[in-house]
Design a protein around this ligand. Structure first.
Ligand code: CU
Length: 457
């Protein structure tokens, strides 16, 4: 594991920094812009037929309110344009009309076409407890309302103002924040030869992006938790102390362990009570690109931070062997192995390794060098991860080497999945690397969330 913050030395030369960042912006705008055009074109051909005469109602979800603009519409076609501006996951449902969205992560935006509406529409968030906390509203339908009037809740910016705020955000990359997740944790060797790793679960202040400090649930003060490596044949002890105010347990996802070590309370163990310690002990029988994460109140504990990588075996060597001549690597060796943990919910929200752009970590490579990336999805939705260049060779799924590795520049990583991809640097420059759900990478005030870059020198 050699995830590195890019040293300041690289970015201290102001002019160089400026030109690199401009390149990032240009490349991102070209790429994302092109996709945007395709998406719009698609909508107009496959649309519902309501687009021309529909009233668009801008909906903003927060903790715990639903605000709508306009709140009174004429009878006719209505489309809700819903933005989750909160930090928790929400959804949006008109239960009387049996229309609802899927769960919407923090920062995401979705459309809900209501079709023809003639009576008032009651809407709520269906996440348990959210309606009672205030997330309910009524869209009034009245013949007195002006047809087609759409107010907007977006701040009004001139083009120049928008360009300026976008540039300001981009120039902050890589922004310094307190704390770094997924750092290598070396084991201690016990008297019986076992590799021992000790971790403590505790709520901490975690800086997701400059100035945005949330209550993160951390192993050893890191989000994601520390990355651990071991070899096939090793006897392993993972000792977890619970300093949370609620119980927890730890599941070794994708790692072959005896049932009693599977971490699923109350079946395989009792919950680990606050203040208690539990030791997970097994002998590594197979290679694994494993996750370790909570399996207790996990829909809260994992998105809030209780997750990390446990890798068994030498995936650098295995990846190079599997990719073979598909990679233009100079020496047949991978120089770096990193984990990229994707998250989209809880207090941490849309993030790469616990950080949101511009606080995400960039990676540096020389031409001919190879980086082996293990994508981990610990969130609630699929993220198509796209590196502008170079093209990746997908070599393993969930830690199992593929019979037929294949090339792909965008890899959809579903919740719980791990995809291992090898990339060899071929062309110099700053290459953007981001989730291609565009609302996970961009906002009207610039790049945000699941965006980083590879700098090829
Ligand atoms: Cu995404």
């Amino acid at each position: 594991m050699s995830e590195k913050r890019l040293g300041n030395q690289f970015f201290e030369s102001g002019n160089f920094l400026f030109s690199l960042m401009m390149l990032v912006i240009v490349v991102m705008v070209i790429s994302i812009g092109a996709v945007g055009v395709v998406a719009v074109a698609k909508d107009s051909t496959t649309g519902t037929g309501s687009a021309a005469s529909a009233t668009t109602v801008e909906v903003t979800l927060t903790e715990f309110t639903i605000s709508m603009s306009p709140s009174v519409v004429p009878p006719g076609n209505v489309v809700f344009s819903i933005h989750n501006a909160g930090t928790a996951v929400h959804n949006f449902a008109a239960t009387d009309l049996s229309k609802r969205t899927a769960d919407i992560p923090s920062g995401a935006h979705v459309l809900l076409d209501m079709g023809n509406v003639s009576d008032d529409v009651n809407v709520i968030c269906e996440i348990p407890g959210h309606q009672d906390s205030g997330m309910k509203a009524v869209l009034k339908v009245s013949t007195d309302a002006t047809p087609g009037v759409t107010e907007t809740t977006m701040p009004v910016m001139t083009n120049a103002e928008m360009d300026k705020v976008m540039e300001e955000v981009a120039m902050k990359f890589p922004a310094k924040t307190a704390g770094l997740g997924a750092q290598e944790l070396k084991p201690t060797i016990a008297a019986d030869g076992a590799k021992e790793f000790s971790i403590v679960a505790k709520v901490i202040d975690w800086e997701v992006e400059p100035g945005k400090i949330v209550k993160g649930w951390a192993y050893n003060g890191q989000i994601p938790g520390p990355t651990m490596h071991a070899n096939v044949g090793d006897k392993i002890r993972l000792i977890l102390k619970n300093e949370l105010s609620e119980s927890t347990s730890l599941h070794l996802h994708g790692i072959r362990v005896p049932n009693a070590m599977d971490g699923v309370d109350p079946y395989t163990q009792k919950p680990i009570l606050p203040g208690d310690t539990f030791t997970y002990e097994w002998t590594a029988k197979e290679p694994a690109v494993g996750m370790y994460h909570s399996h207790h109140n996990a829909q809260v504990q994992i998105p809030n931070g209780l997750a990390g990588a446990f890798i068994i075996g030498d995936y650098k060597t295995a990846a190079m062997k599997a990719a073979g001549s598909k990679l233009p690597d100079k020496d047949g060796k991978a120089e770096q192995e990193i984990v990229m943990v994707l998250n989209d919910a809880g207090t941490i929200g849309l993030s790469l390794n616990g950080k949101s752009f511009p606080a995400t970590a960039p990676y540096t490579m020389a031409i001919g060098e190879t980086i082996v990336v293990h994508y981990y999805n610990e969130g609630l939705m699929t993220h198509p991860m796209h590196l502008h260049q170079p093209t990746g060779v997908v070599v393993a799924k969930d830690g199992k080497m593929l019979d037929s590795p294949y090339m792909s520049d965008t890899i959809a990583v579903a919740p719980g999945e791990r995809w291992t991809v090898a990339y060899t640097a071929t062309d110099p420059g700053v290459w953007a690397w981001h989730c291609h759900i565009l609302t996970h990478a961009e906002t009207p005030t610039g790049m945000k969330y699941m965006v980083t870059a590879v700098i090829v020198k």
